[in-house]
Design a binder for this molecule. Sequence first.
Ligand SMILES: C[S@@+](CC[C@H](N)C(=O)[O-])C[C@H]1O[C@@H](n2cnc3c(N)ncnc32)[C@H](O)[C@@H]1O
Length: 204
Amino acid sequence: MEKPFSPACERNRDPILEVLKTVILPTDRRLIEIGTGTGQHAVYFAPHFKLLEWYPSDLSENIPGMKLWFKEAKLTNIQDPVRLDVSKDDFPKVKFDVVFTANTFHIMNWKECKSFMKLLGHRLREGSRATIYGPFKYKGEFTSESNAAFDESLKQKDPLMGIRSFEDVHSNMVKNGFELIHDHEMPANNRMLVYNRLKFEKHN
Ligand SMILES: C[S@@+](CC[C@H](N)C(=O)[O-])C[C@H]1O[C@@H](n2cnc3c(N)ncnc32)[C@H](O)[C@@H]1O
């Protein structure tokens, strides 16, 4: 098996890293990545945060490919990847300070997105952060023609895929106990949403 490769990861990794540097604190110890995909992001980011354990996760079909990247990189702060489907699995039973996910919301169907946000509310504690990278619509409008075309191509593949509305994501995050700290404009009409978990209350 050859290592899987995503050209998009090579293009977006530096701008994402710059945001992660503002989000990850020196006191943070564990980050879980949801929908790790090829593993390229984890391999690129983990060496920048040496005190942080990076927990990659994804559906089972992506685990063997990312393991090839991890084996080659020989990084001491990347954990063995875990199989995690946000619609039915829980996070590993440890405390996470940060959650990172890239380009997953338009792939997961909306029900899965909602399960994911519920899981975030359930598993993160006050002061932990959730970062969500990818394209979003605002007030019902795509932010570019290329995003509109991308949405159309996703829906042709699967009608349940598609670029999500920022307002829908935001209202669900608020419902699950988060406040938005920053909505970063990123290259290629992407965004990086950074949320902070508020004081724990029974939100859902
Ligand atoms: C477009 S890929 C993005 C991969 C990687 N994060 C990146 O930026 O290149 C979407 C990822 O979401 C994962 N995914 C889809 N549905 C999921 C679910 N229900 N739970 C967890 N991950 C899921 C896919 O397996 C895939 O790895």
